[in-house]
Structures are given as structure tokens and as C-alpha cells.
Design a binder for this molecule. Structure first.
Ligand SMILES: Nc1ncnc2c1ncn2[C@@H]1O[C@H](COP(=O)(O)OP(=O)(O)OP(=O)(O)O)[C@@H](O)[C@H]1O
Length: 182
């Protein structure tokens, strides 16, 4: 047994032994260039090879990635499922957007346990991001939970602890079949 181990060790050093590293390399590449939702196979295409691949990946340390794949395949929700209005992309501004954001009003609404949708607009560089981050910091300072989400990942990176809405709420990303994709 000891000799076999030694030989395996030598072969491994010489790089002539096939091991599981190619799985790791493949998955590292997938994680970097594809979101779990994109990678997620359709139900009908779940085959033995996919299952084997998933098992393999699971045991090679990509638990979080697999968790995301499972969530995306099982949990296709809409933003309205969370009690929030679906954004309107055309026509009139949604009546659900009730007021222009003013820090004091929004802060007092949160303090009183009331919700609300606010409209924030200003020319570039006038402090919109600054105001939102200030608001987030204020809420978190008081140990409240404040989720910062945005529809694009670039925009989300500007917000403190920001993530995309799709990622946080596990929204459906099937733009082709959704009437009102968010
Ligand atoms: N009240 C403020 N006090 C101090 N610095 C501020 C304040 N408001 C904005 N700034 C600074 O001004 C710069 C621009 O602000 P910010 O990025 O928040 O603007 P923006 O409206 O989000 O811009 P854009 O529309 O281009 O994304 C930042 O460096 C920010 O730190």
C-alpha cells in the first residue's frame, strides 16, 4: 500500500496522472464567465452527465455555486412576489412611485415603520449615490437590515453592499417569456 502511494505521488509530480484538477479549472472558468442562472440546465436536459458533473462540483468546493444553480432552477420569482411594484418601462411614471426622495422624509418613514417608493433624480455628480449610501449607512448603524439592489451589476457596485436585484431576490431572468422583466 505504501509503495502504491509512493508511485501515485511520483506520477502526480510528473503530471502524468489524470486527477480532478481539470474539473476545478473548468468550474473556476464557469464561475468567472457565467452566472449560475445561465449555467443552469433546463429540466428536460438534466441528464446523467449533468448530475455527475453537479455531484463532482459539489465535492470539489463549489457549494455556493451549486446552491445558486439550485435556487435559480427552483425559485423563479417576480419582484411583485415581494410586495414591490413591477417597474414600468414605458408610458407614465408608475403611480406607486409616490414621492421625490428627500432624506428626512424617507428616514422618518422608515423610522415609523412605513414603506414607500421614492424617485431620485439629479444631474450627474450631484450626489445621488452619496445620498443613497448615507441612507444605507444610517439604517445599518441602527442595526436595521438595508438591502441595496440595482438592476445592473455595474450600478450595484456603486452602492454599499450592493447586489443585483435578480441575485438577491432570485428573480426570473427569462426575458423572452416574461411580460414585464425586471
Ligand atoms: N453632500 C456631499 N458631501 C460631500 N461630498 C459629496 C456630497 N454629495 C456628493 N459628494 C461627492 O461628490 C461626488 C459625486 O457624487 P455622486 O457620485 O454621489 O453623484 P451622482 O449623482 O451619483 O453621480 P452620477 O449620476 O454620475 O452617478 C462624489 O465624490 C461624492 O463623494
Amino acid at each position: 500500500m505504501g509503495k502504491i502511494r509512493q508511485r501515485i505521488g511520483k506520477c502526480d509530480t510528473l503530471g502524468i496522472l489524470e486527477d480532478d484538477k481539470h474539473w476545478d479549472a473548468t468550474m473556476e472558468e464557469v464561475v468567472l464567465c457565467r452566472s449560475p442562472a445561465k449555467y443552469c440546465p433546463t429540466r428536460s436536459s438534466y441528464g446523467t452527465s449533468t448530475k455527475k458533473l453537479c455531484q463532482k462540483i459539489f465535492f470539489t468546493g463549489f457549494k455556493e455555486f451549486i446552491r445558486q444553480i439550485v435556487l435559480f432552477s427552483m425559485n423563479r420569482k417576480k419582484i411583485s412576489d415581494f410586495g414591490m411594484p413591477t417597474p414600468q418601462r414605458i408610458g407614465e411614471l408608475s403611480s406607486a412611485v409616490i414621492k421625490e426622495l428627500d432624506y428626512d422624509t424617507a428616514a422618518s418613514d422608515v423610522h415609523n415603520g412605513e414603506g414607500g417608493l421614492y424617485f431620485l433624480d439629479a444631474p450627474g455628480g450631484k450626489g445621488k449615490t452619496f445620498l443613497l449610501n448615507l441612507f444605507l449607512a444610517q439604517l445599518r448603524k441602527d442595526r436595521n437590515i438595508a438591502l441595496a439592489v440595482d438592476s445592473s451589476s455595474i450600478a450595484a457596485t456603486l452602492l454599499s453592499g450592493g447586489r443585483t436585484t435578480h441575485s438577491v431576490f432570485k428573480l426570473s431572468r427569462n426575458f423572452a417569456t416574461e411580460e414585464t422583466p425586471t
